[in-house]
Design a binder for this molecule. Structure first.
Ligand code: GLU
Length: 298
């Protein structure tokens, strides 16, 4: 039987924080507890927001915590030639088109499922006269259904809830949606475990996989850690980095957040935690919610 290939794909916009530790841990245990492989990919495709020192810091923290990944770490910033090749193929198929809309213009449209404006199709039939191309968008159609291994059945009407989405950005960088689909396929990832904020992107990714004739991985979206006010803990909101001097305590807190029940003794040493976790991890115990506060679990 084929063993799962999972991955952790952090964007190096800050040091590892509790929310990203949860995604690292969930993806790791789901792959490793089933005898599978776990890869690490640095998602620095959005170069202006990313820094090498954060990538180094994230990798050093993962290592200090006892995570073991397979093979080389892939950096998206080094893969633009590959993204370009796939993008050109989509262009030849007529699947993408240039768009001249400015951000201000796009923000006039009503917001969709993930809070971003739904693209109203302004440039779908051709650029308005005298307008220059800025971004390139993928033409979408229809509904996408999938069964998330944590959140259950999920459906998104791409045209109504998202609209044609950007694959090549106005600033010349390829979009996350394109990079993630190509990378997961090229790396043979068939088991994507990540934060539930990305569940709103999954239909886009499945649509793009189909467009490119690529297989669709299984998806499991873990609850996102929020603070007492309901705001996502993120590197941008300067969530405190996790305490790298006490990995066992942070790992136990992350496991509890994911509905697992490690004994207190696991706090003594990370080796004790890993021995317990690899035996006892159950995806079925992960709370079936999109977000939950951290305090209750740490
Ligand atoms: N790079 C994304 C992030 O750090 C994760 C993307 C993914 O797991 O597909 O939020």
């Amino acid at each position: 039987m084929k063993v799962p290939v999972g991955r952790f794909a952090p964007s190096p916009t800050g040091p590892l924080h509790f929310g990203s530790l949860v995604a690292a841990l969930g993806s790791y245990l789901e792959a490793k507890a089933r005898g599978g492989q776990w890869l690490v990919r640095i998602e620095d495709v959005d170069a202006p927001r990313c820094r090498q020192e954060y990538a180094d810091d994230i990798l050093a923290t993962l290592e200090a915590f006892g995570f073991e990944w397979e093979g080389e770490v892939i950096y998206q910033s080094r893969r633009s030639a590959r993204y370009r090749e796939v993008f050109e193929a989509l262009k030849r198929q007529g699947a993408v088109y240039p768009c001249s809309c400015t951000r201000a213009k796009l923000n006039e449209a009503p917001a969709g499922a993930d809070g971003a404006p739904v693209y109203p199709g302004t440039c779908r039939a051709g650029l308005p006269p005298g307008k220059a191309p800025r971004a390139w968008r993928l033409r979408v159609a229809g509904e996408i259904d999938f069964i998330d291994l944590v959140q259950g059945p999920w459906r998104q009407d791409l045209e109504r809830e998202v609209g044609d989405f950007v694959l090549l950005r106005a600033d010349g960088f390829f979009a996350y949606q394109l990079a993630v689909v190509i990378d997961d396929a090229d790396q043979g990832v068939d088991h994507v475990v990540r934060g539930a904020d990305l569940i709103h992107s999954t239909a886009r990714q499945i649509f793009l996989q189909r467009q490119l004739g690529l297989p669709t991985p299984a998806y499991a979206h873990l609850p996102v850690a929020v603070d007492a006010t309901g705001a996502k803990l993120s590197k941008q909101t300067r969530a405190a980095p996790i305490d790298a001097r006490d990995p066992a305590a942070a790992l136990v807190a992350a496991a509890r957040f994911l509905g697992q029940n490690p004994p207190e003794a696991c706090r003594r040493a990370s080796a004790d935690f890993w021995a317990w976790a690899l035996e006892n991890w159950r995806l079925s115990r992960v709370p079936k919610v999109l977000s939950q506060p951290v305090e209750e679990h740490s």
